[in-house]
Design a protein around this ligand. Structure first.
Ligand SMILES: [Fe+2]
Length: 441
């Protein structure tokens, strides 16, 4: 557990530094009243207690420990959760303040206690197309050494020079069960494509919150243009009650545009682009199907998928989450032949149980598939789901031979996953049911 003592060891570590600016006019008016030059090459910081590095991308500063400065508007907002390590023993808390605030601390504890403190890191990035726009101040705190399957309370904020304090309201989160807990059951929400439809997204977030979820897998396209901060602000604010209590992990969508905003606001494992993690009885693989280099789909991402699936022998269920659907009867995009050719054979070879995507703004669940052949049961086939109904304007669907159930509606999914059974319900923002599915093995 990180305590204030170990924070000092963390702060003693050397920091990555950056030297150059990229794009735009970082020395110009950034909308904050500051006129200083913002260093924007990204950088790396080692979180000693967690055993991993935090990396920021071009357009953002290197992460650095906070200081005792509270700006004019230091109240934390857009508080949300993610993780970069084992979700059974770690959690990352992310929040915003005004650009001048560098105080970056968390008070937390098991149950309702707030008897521990941890320091975080902070960095700024330039929001906006071409690196021109306002400066966004981010704060991240990474809590490691937590107990599995345990509820915690927390507040984020900090103490300024002179002792003035600024703290958020108190939120809670729960760590994932240990992978050694054979009786564990987790609830995983699958949603995607909120862009432009944030009232629906807010309703869906409330529905997910009321049903209860341990983890949110977002399949991309949170916003219409990844560099437009106003949209991200609306996305995070609309669902803050949910996102401050349930970690969100995103697959990158084509509208997210590999933007500095995307990589700065989510905290996710590995390179935050294509990665995997275990969550209770599920092995989750998240893939970027619109990488900066398109050739990575058949190159390093395919290699990652192959090696990851080959190494996964311990979890009862394997779930892949990405953005562009391999199988879809959506009339806008439909099935993605490139991904079918490049990733489909690996999904078949390692018998992935469930593949969830978005991109087509519909709900769809296929029959069990192996290559392009419908299978009688999931014993030999993979179920592909499109859950792209988190708010964006709906597309049509023309059910195809592979379709088991499809509907053009705003919707999301919560899956209950335990050893031996994966059961899910898809539902509309008003709570009405779209579809259910049960898999056993
Ligand atoms: Fe998309």
């Amino acid at each position: 557990m990180r305590t204030s003592r170990s924070i000092h060891a963390l702060l003693a570590l050397g920091l990555a530094t950056t030297a150059a600016c990229v794009g735009g006019t970082p020395g110009g008016d950034d909308g904050t009243g500051d006129d200083d030059t913002l260093v924007t090459d990204g950088g790396r910081y080692t979180v000693a207690d967690c055993g991993y590095d935090i990396v920021t991308v071009a357009g953002a500063e290197a992460p650095a420990p906070g200081a005792d400065v509270l700006g004019a508007s230091p109240a934390p907002y857009q508080v949300h959760l993610g993780f970069a390590g084992d979700p059974a023993t770690s959690m990352a808390i992310v929040w915003r303040t005004d650009a001048d605030t560098t105080a970056t601390s968390v008070r937390f504890g098991e149950g309702t206690a707030l008897d521990q403190t941890a320091s975080g890191v902070t960095f700024r990035y330039i929001a906006g197309v071409g690196g021109v726009g306002d400066v966004v101040r981010m704060h991240e705190a990474h809590l490691c050494g937590l107990s599995p399957d345990t509820a915690y309370s927390y507040q984020v904020g900090g103490v300024g020079d002179g002792g003035t304090e600024s703290w958020s309201t108190t939120y809670t989160f729960r760590t994932a069960p240990a992978t050694t807990d054979a009786s564990a059951e987790v609830r995983i929400a699958f949603v995607g494509d909120s862009r432009g439809g944030y009232d629906v997204w807010a309703d869906l977030a409330h529905e997910i919150e009321s049903r209860g979820a341990d983890l949110i897998l977002f399949s991309g396209d949170a916003v219409t243009v990844g560099q437009v901060q106003d949209e991200w602000d609306t996305f995070f604010t609309a669902a803050e009650d949910l996102l401050a209590t349930v970690p969100i992990i995103s697959a990158h969508g084509n509208h997210d545009l590999n933007s500095v905003n995307y990589y700065s606001q989510f905290v996710m494992p590995g390179d935050e682009s294509s990665f995997s993690f275990d969550y209770g009885p599920a092995h989750m693989v998240v893939l970027n199907d619109t990488p900066l280099q398109a050739s990575d789909i058949e190159g390093k991402i395919r290699t990652f998928l192959s090696q990851d699936l080959a190494a996964n022998t311990g979890r009862p269920w394997t779930i892949v989450n990405h953005h562009r659907p391999i199988w879809s009867s959506g009339t806008r995009h439909g099935s993605d032949q490139t991904l079918l050719q490049q990733w489909g054979p690996l999904i078949d070879q390692y018998h992935v149980d469930l593949v969830v995507a978005g991109h087509d703004h519909i709900y769809e669940r296929t029959k069990p598939m192996n290559a392009d052949q419908v299978q009688a049961t999931t014993a030999t086939g993979t179920v592909y789901v499109v859950s792209g109904g988190a708010g964006a304007s709906l597309y049509g669907t023309e059910p195809d031979y592979f379709t088991d159930n499809a509907e053009s509606s705003h919707s999301g999914i919560i899956a209950q996953v335990r050893a031996g059974q994966l059961q899910y319900e898809a539902f509309r923002p008003d709570g009405s049911s779209v579809d259910t599915m049960t898999m056993t093995k």
